[in-house]
Design a protein around this ligand. Structure first.
Ligand SMILES: Nc1ncnc2c1ncn2[C@@H]1O[C@H](COP(=O)(O)OP(=O)(O)OP(=O)(O)O)[C@@H](O)[C@H]1O
Ligand SMILES: [Mg+2]
Length: 416
């Protein structure tokens, strides 16, 4: 009797929670729309002089290209906020492609697949995944084609990118696609009506406010993946499900992306193993607090044995691993951060740059965006924490980009 009341209460609350999450999102959207152009798009616009500089030409030459594209109907007219013309990221991409300005994929032929993982909860995995993905995608000189795969059934990435996903019940998650026609459901219906696996996958990948940053979402019922995998193991003695992320998703779209980041939940289970099997590098965020470091060091100690035991290829695919200190407050956390660095040896397992602790990350999550999408004038959080958050994520991502360059170089030379 008591129990059924609890469940009824919970059911009533769950409806309310759903409604309040949708109305919070609608409120943020309304706020963003004030002033005619969506603020998150406006924040990334460039003036004509900035746009010309980004393209490496003088303003008049840039203007000529833009007008030529307008005449040919290849671009929408830019936003005018008198006296300025504002070029959005999508327009910049179109113009730079038209001008044949090289991007990352023109000189690199390697898709980096990075699994952000730590069995310990709340260490900043999702925050780091989404912030770094935006920082990789934003620089116009690279226009790095980036995909973020949410493999955590909590689906936290929707709090930063493409939150409209929340209200679209027909969308497929990575797990829906991985399980495919093993089960009845939307995927099987699409296949029966003649769509190919590749088409279903590509149309499940959602765009974000950054044109070259895409997202494949997660939903709470993705939890079923692990029980399906165990059941299949019990029947066949094989752990085929662990291969699904690589074979049914990554390999199908590998050529469309320069970097794929997979955010996993705080567990060790077949879904997480599938990310380990699909990746070629791992980032392990750790918060510099004693208990967090104790759990993370236990996780790291067990990782080699766990990978050898659970991955069909014993982890041969994993070429690099870096531990990243997140949520770092230099005034409070230096001692434990030093312990982490010392425990891991001075060497190659640590990222030199940290993600600083800043309330801007919380402000970004509240506004369904990343810290790199916020501008000081919006007053969504105080200037100094915003500046700290942006600077630390950009420095972290520069270091990561250098690592990716090195990994690719070594792989092309056969030394990996
Ligand atoms: N650099 C940071 N500065 C301040 N707060 C942060 C920072 N990074 C993460 N946080 C906060 O820490 C909390 C946990 O972060 P997050 O959800 O990214 O962790 P997680 O490892 O993905 O969690 P889970 O294990 O549940 O998936 C969030 O409230 C987030 O806003
Ligand atoms: Mg998370």
């Amino acid at each position: 009797m008591v129990m059924s009341n609890v469940l009824e209460d919970l059911e009533a609350v769950s409806l309310k929670l759903q409604e309040s999450s949708i109305s919070r999102f609608e409120q943020v959207c309304r706020d963003r729309q004030k002033g005619g152009i969506e603020r998150i798009v406006r924040n990334h616009t460039l003036t004509q002089n900035e746009a010309a500089k980004a393209c490496g030409v003088v303003a008049n030459t840039f203007k000529k290209y833009y007008e030529e594209m307008l005449e040919k109907g290849l671009i929408e007219p830019v936003i005018v906020e008198k006296p300025k013309k504002l070029f959005s990221l999508s327009q910049m991409h179109a113009i730079m492609d038209y001008m044949e300005i090289p991007k990352w994929s023109d000189s690199h032929n390697y898709t980096h697949v990075i699994n952000v993982q730590n069995q310990k909860g709340g260490t900043g995995k999702s925050t780091l995944s989404v912030s770094v993905s935006a920082a990789l995608a934003l620089p116009l000189h690279n226009r790095m084609r980036t995909l973020i795969i949410d493999l955590d059934p909590q689906g936290s990435l929707r709090n930063f990118l493409a939150p409209q996903i929340e209200s679209d019940t027909d969308l497929l998650s990575a797990v829906d696609i991985m399980l495919g026609d093993e089960e009845e459901g939307v995927y099987s219906e699409y296949i029966e009506s003649g769509h190919s696996h590749e088409d279903i996958l590509k149309s499940s990948i959602q765009e974000s406010h950054i044109p070259n940053l895409h997202i494949l979402p997660a939903f709470t019922d993705d939890e079923r993946f692990s029980s399906n995998a165990w059941m299949s193991y019990a029947e066949t003695g094989e752990f085929n499900h662990v291969k699904y992320l690589k074979e049914k998703i990554i390999d199908v779209i590998r050529e469309d992306y320069d970097c794929i980041i997979i955010d996993t939940g705080p567990q060790i289970n077949p879904l997480v193993w599938s990310a380990q099997y699909a990746c070629n590098g791992m980032l392990v965020p750790v918060t510099p607090h004693q208990l967090d470091w104790s759990s993370t060091s236990a996780f790291l100690r067990n990782l080699p044995a766990q990978i050898k035991k659970n991955l069909p290829n014993q982890g041969e695919n994993i070429k690099w691993l870096k531990v990243a200190i997140t949520n770092f407050n230099p005034l409070k956390d230096s001692q434990i951060a030093n312990t982490i660095r010392t425990d891991l040896g001075l060497g190659s397992l640590m990222m030199a740059n940290d993600s600083l602790s800043s309330i801007a990350f919380e402000s970004a999550a509240k506004n369904y965006c990343t810290v790199l999408d916020i501008r000081k004038v919006e007053k969504l959080c105080p200037d100094k924490p915003l500046q700290d958050a942006q600077t630390s994520i950009e420095a972290f991502t520069r270091e990561l980009t250098a690592i990716l360059g090195l990994v690719e170089h070594q792989s092309n030379n056969g030394s990996l």
